[in-house]
Write a protein that binds this ligand. Sequence first.
Ligand code: FES
Ligand code: MG
Length: 592
Amino acid sequence: MTNNDRPKRRLRSQDWFDNPDHLDMTALYLERFMNFGTTPEELRAGKPIIGIAQSGSDINPCNRHHIELAKRVRDGIRDAGGIPIEFPSHPLFENCKRPTAALDRNLAYLGLVEILYGYPLDGVVLTTGCDKTTPSALMAASTVDIPAIVLSGGPMLDGWHDGELVGSGTVIWRSRRKYAAGEITREEFLERALDSAPSIGHCNTMGTASTMNAMAEALGMSLTGCAAIPAAYRERGQMAYRTGRRAVELVLDDIRPSRILTREAFLNAIRVNSAIGGSTNAQPHLMAMAKHAGVELTPEDWQIEGFDIPLLANVQPAGAYLGERFHRAGGVPAIMWELLQAGRLDGDCQTVTGQSIGQNVRERESTDRDVIRPYGQPLRERAGFLVLKGNLFDFAIMKTSVISEAFKARYLREPGNEGVFTGRAIVFDGSEDYHARINDPALDIDENSILVIRGAGPLGWPGSAEVVNMQPPDHLIRRGILSLPTIGDGRQSGTADSPSILNASPESAAGGGLAFVRTGDMIRIDLNQGRCDMLVDDQELARRRMEGIPVVPADATPWQMIYRQTVTQLSDGATIRDAEQFRAISKTPPRH
Ligand code: FES
Ligand code: MG
């Protein structure tokens, strides 16, 4: 169908640009755009005005090439009869924002909501890449509910160092251990990290960035195959052009996020996340996106829908390869094809392509079985997140796809009761405390210790930090013990290969059980029962409660104050409390 064949509708932007009742205001709205090259006639003609939410900037290098890609998006929008309007969104750069980019996800969300709601936009292209740029954009698109489509920036090219694949983040965690063991020098450490980033793009491992872009595609919010195309590939520019064209059609056909982001779509995303060995950050982000879409997701959904899905993508940190190979093997559509054949995906979910998931991934079987495994011959069975609870927290998750065989052999074995581990707690209050004391002999850390970190959640940090994947003390690493069980109310990087128990909610700063654990307590982890408890009697716990909860740093900025007043726990997506009551607000146009 050509755009001329589509039925004409009055567009939202015409309230601004073609409003005979408020001629003087219309004149005001129109006048400046002439300087920009867009004529009053054009603006009044009822052409769809498509925003391009620009997430790239010098401060967000993972998304910076969107500045170039946006030109292709504009071409697509123009060629399809729309008018492109590019604007900046609040930067979210994972590596450099202190105290954490997670603090800013809700801020970027708020900013984008105000832009999409308050300006004359009929639809929007959401440019995504670095970790939080994807969830913040989709959260806002749901709240406003104007036609929206995701354009991923794509991962960097594969990194190589001394003939070995080195991937974003993962190389850092692995090199840290080598450095601690005295196997590499400082220079070698830095070189390995630099070699992991050979081009434009976001992290090339299946970290949070690649995961969240895969989630956007799995949800049906990007064109088929969009997520995995490397940033530097020719196809990436072509995808930008096609995404721009499609944005105009979405407006003409009035296809809004609310038609796509259903509960079934979110369950699909949870399953895809397991199959790709996705980031543990997908849990709070999918929860947040679901909340703003008006969809209820529960902790059980992660366990029931996600846990027994096998690991199919052989991509770091759970597997061996990086983004280029994953894309060439078929990317997200090939993963979805596998799940669909196995009856583990709802193929009827609608997408921004105008077709269903099932139609989109038809004939998308992988061409490289080393990288994308058949459902029946996975890298690992039951690779989803395990959901845990107990007297330390009501909710936490563990990424089972990264549990190594060595770790399993050492810890997850009690005679006749595999999956149970009891260890002595070593408790740290924040990462400064961890770094200051991890090598302190007085702590007496051995292979039967469990490292606990608190004060790292949304309230405590504030923002929730990626600090739970704590490394053992140097003396254990030198003995070949590369990981200990860790527990925390913070998160861990999606690029980490640690089997941590994380995102514990409620957090210590909210009075959760972690606030009352002490170094020397025994902790029992039972993966079979999904339990994690400190073996402390009720009387003693009551006494500790009287002592109060550990203090956390004071607010350092106005936003930290507002954030702490409004944020929910990681189990609930760390969203702005009660913000989900605002939904589909584009239907009530703003006041003049
Ligand atoms: Fe931006 Fe990894 S740091 S994508
Ligand atoms: Mg991260």
